[in-house]
Design a protein around this ligand. Structure first.
Ligand code: ADP
Ligand code: MG
Length: 458
């Protein structure tokens, strides 16, 4: 089926997003995060898709490892795509408008939205204030959310909630929506992910329906946009969001935003938008504490009326510290297992059932992991890394490996020196200083260090 060509960069980014989702399925989350997530699509011209990468290394790596697959996915959408061009950090100002010439096939289905879909249909009935366990890490966010939900005029505008994944941002936003429905049923509330906001906006653009789009958003009493970091780098969407935002705030309507970072730290977000987002109340949700995790487990177990031994709860709260989503998942798994096999939950069955999960929460990076990854990254031999050779192509990676051995493991300088073919601890110390120094002087080197850190931590 033929479709008119998309006419904006945002549209191109929507296709790219759909491709990225497929790529992530293909290559796994860790590789995806390290190599594809940092890329940006810039343009499509004469059968070439132009993509930018933040460093030369990344550019080469993606070119050799992933460009064929990326090309194939683009070609599914635009059959005339024959080439993927990867550039290093091309400034976004040079982006040209999308050419409006040939025909294309139907894009990924998820871009299509049902216009009449109830925006609130997405609310999860379990995500209420009653079901939210309050502890030190989330008390400010909780209090602010409750105040906003109960007030009939904006108290702080916007309310900006931020924190890492699985810490309860979406839960709090849904809770606000439920509470408003209960207390002020006449108020019009829209809750939406930033991603969906973008899809709908793009759709409105494509069908020349932007007036209705604007009308719909600007007539609400409360607008909640979840995961706003998603529109980082998506300039047209940001622009529209900024106007919607201002129109609502100027009309004394409440806006509530969530993100994974504070307004100032949001990446690729326009300055004026960042500053505007920080004008109201910014409330962060901190990583969980043991007490909070235990409290949440007790509440969840009570909610499903399942008796779980105290030592199992404590064990879970201690071991699964990454986020609340994983903690819930773990609890559900052991309960499901116990029900299926008709046995009580014990510490033994818990350890058995959660073996894989516990291992990944337990994972520690070793010096050997660091050495292996650094060799792969710089494409050098392990024997060279551990040798005394003084060529720059070897000494740089060696210094980097020593640096990460110190910063990502708990090993001492002499222990690290020994693992690098018996070097002195002063050599390790020098290496660490050198890497820190290079990071401040050489942006490309610094970008490589970032990539490596992500690779090692993923
Ligand atoms: P985020 O949006 O920050 O990634 P979610 O709001 O989706 O995280 O939370 C992940 C899961 O953890 C959800 O099932 C949510 O109900 C649960 N959860 C998070 N915080 C709490 C809390 N304080 N009390 C109870 N459940 C919580
Ligand atoms: Mg969320």
């Amino acid at each position: 089926m033929n479709q008119p060509l998309p006419s904006s960069l945002d549209t191109l980014q929507t296709y790219w997003f759909a491709i990225c989702q497929k790529m992530e399925k293909d290559i796994g989350e860790a590789a995806f995060k390290s190599w594809l997530k940092p890329l940006e699509v810039l343009d499509i011209q004469d059968g070439s898709v132009v993509i930018s990468a933040p460093s030369h290394f990344m550019c080469d790596w993606v070119q050799t490892h992933y460009s064929d697959r990326i090309k194939a996915y683009w070609a599914e959408i635009f059959p005339n795509v024959t080439q993927i061009k990867i550039l290093v950090n091309l400034p976004t100002a040079t982006i040209k408008p999308f050419p409006n010439t040939s025909a294309v096939s139907q894009p990924d289905e998820e871009i299509e939205e049902d216009d009449n879909a109830d925006v609130n249909a997405a609310l999860d009935s379990r995500f209420t204030f009653e079901n939210f366990v309050v502890g030190k890490p989330n008390e400010l966010a909780y209090a602010a959310a409750l105040r906003v939900a109960e007030s009939d005029h904006p108290l702080f505008n916007p309310l900006f909630l931020y924190g890492g994944v699985g810490l309860g941002k979406t839960h709090l936003m849904h809770a606000i929506a439920w509470q408003i429905k209960k207390m002020h049923p006449q108020r019009k509330v829209i809750y939406m992910s930033a991603e969906k906001f973008m899809y709908q906006f793009i759709r409105a653009l494509r069908f020349k329906d932007t007036v209705a789009f604007k009308e719909r958003f600007r007539s609400v009493d409360v607008l909640m946009i979840d995961d706003v970091q998603f529109i980082g780098g998506k300039e047209t969407t940001q622009e529209e969001f900024f106007h919607t935002f201002n129109a609502l705030v100027d009309n004394n309507r409440q806006v509530i935003i969530s993100a994974d970072k504070s307004p100032a730290d949001l990446l690729q977000m326009e300055e004026r938008l960042k500053s505007r987002l920080g004008w109201g109340l910014v409330a962060d949700i901190h990583p969980t504490t043991y007490e909070l995790r235990l409290g949440i487990l007790q509440a969840k177990a009570a909610a499903i009326s399942t008796k779980i031994p105290k030592e199992v709860m404590e064990f879970l709260a201690l071991k699964i510290s990454s986020n609340i989503r994983e903690l819930e998942g773990a609890l559900n798994r052991i309960v499901a297992h116990a029900t299926l096999v008709g046995r009580n939950v014990t510490l033994d069955t818990t350890q058995e059932v959660l073996r894989d999960l516990l291992r990944s929460n337990d994972r520690r990076i070793t010096i050997e992991d660091v050495q292996k990854k650094v060799c792969e990254f710089y494409n050098i031999k392990m024997s060279d890394l551990l040798s005394g050779r003084r060529q720059q192509t070897i000494t740089r990676p060696r210094q980097v490996a020593m640096y990460f051995s110190k910063t990502l493991t708990t090993k001492s300088l002499p222990e690290i020196g020994r693992k690098f073919g018996g070097k002195d601890h002063t050599t390790v110390l020098h290496a660490i200083k050198k890497v820190q120094e290079n990071c401040t002087q050489d942006p490309e080197f610094s970008a490589d260090i970032d990539i490596l850190r992500r690779l090692l931590e993923s």
